[in-house]
Design a protein around this ligand. Sequence first.
Ligand SMILES: Cc1ncc(COP(=O)(O)O)c(C=O)c1O
Length: 475
Amino acid sequence: MLMSLPPRILLSPPDVGRAERESLLDAFDTNWISTAGPAIEEFEASMAAFIGRPCVAVASGTSGLHLALRLAGVAAGDVVLCQTFTFAASANPILYERAEPWFLDSEHRTWNLDPNALEDAIRALARIGRRPRALIAVHLYGMPAEIHSIRDLCDRHGVALIEDAAESLGSTVGAEPTARSRNPELEIPTGEGTQPESARQTGGFGLAGVFSFNGNKIITTAGGGMIAVDSAAAAARLRKWSTQSREPAAHYEHAELGYNYRLSNLLAALGCAQLASLPNKILRRREIFRRYREAFQGFQGVEFQPEEEGSRSNRWLTALYLDPNEWGNCRDALITRLAARGIESRPLWKPMHRQPLYLNSRHFGSSLSEALFAGGICLPSGSSLREVEQQEICEEIAGFLRETSSRDRSRAGHLPMNDQRERSTKRRVSTPHARAAISNPSVTRPNGNPVGTNRQSHFEFAPGGETPWSASANT
Ligand SMILES: Cc1ncc(COP(=O)(O)O)c(C=O)c1O
């Protein structure tokens, strides 16, 4: 059996330098170390200029999502729709408010939320005279979701759209195709003013867009987050809530529930220095993605998270999928093999509707998220990854794939991505009733428990015993 070494090459370590050190020390030396100070204002103003919306700095992406739900008016018993293919922090704030999460599966064009599943969930609620209070759509691994269609549906049905842009800072939607086709890899999204007319930052579409600056994100403040909102009034409310909802009185007066969710000036100072290097970091991660794609283009059944025409991902993490028709169940063996060489990698997110915490929640859409979880892997993508390290990773993976393809592979029980696509295409041309049934088999069983109906997995993905990723938290 291969033994794992402590990882030498990490998935996405912090990339900080002299500028961060100086900025941090400046905040320290001027004694602005707590939750007020010039760096917070500067960080918010720089983010606002970049996103094109008022921004509020908070202690984490999770606290930002929680406040965004409050802004949307979510209360106990409300239904909140949420992408199922994501990290738990997207969904957990729904439970903080004692609301009910309904999970939506992904489409194959971006691996993010499927607008068809969204429509089906809205219809299912309408049949019982209800509507979802809010939707949390995620730009996963930095890839912009089909946000125009999603927003249209939300607008049409009065659903508050919250973008979980925790992983997608700097990813844009709607860039001009002509500009992209000139040199798609080397174009850097650099914020409003400098982008093509039609390009807009993820996180700038809904009622609120939430970013994370935890240690593994494209820029980091050690821990922290930012909420971009559609009005100055909304920003003022969020700022108040994040600082215990103090009323303007010398004594401590409180009319509303508040939270201790503000970012510290010390960490905001880090954020200011990091934000200045964002364009370069995006360029680095896109280059890393391009090299991976080139390294494995000769292998059948190795698919990368697709980028839609007009969108540009920051490629926070390179996410790829090993088609089980070609590769059988080899994903976990690959992770183990890389770990044995000191290279960290990780399965793609386990869908929320398969998590024990959320097993009783409703789920709409295909089972694409399960296919991605079963056969997907993310690879080291940090902006400080050296070319020689990436070469080593690519050689290791290529060697593994060559060995695997020459062995007899088990293919039983798999539903490859192509079948998922076929299903998705079929849905589009079928009758509304059939569409709803595919999206949510429970609609064919009027009195049945909607949950358990599509609990039957097509995949065998649970590896036995210790796994190389089980020890580390988050991504
Ligand atoms: C998709 C997604 N949503 C939300 C979060 C939560 O952000 P934070 O860790 O800053 O609370 C993260 C990152 O951790 C994330 O990856």
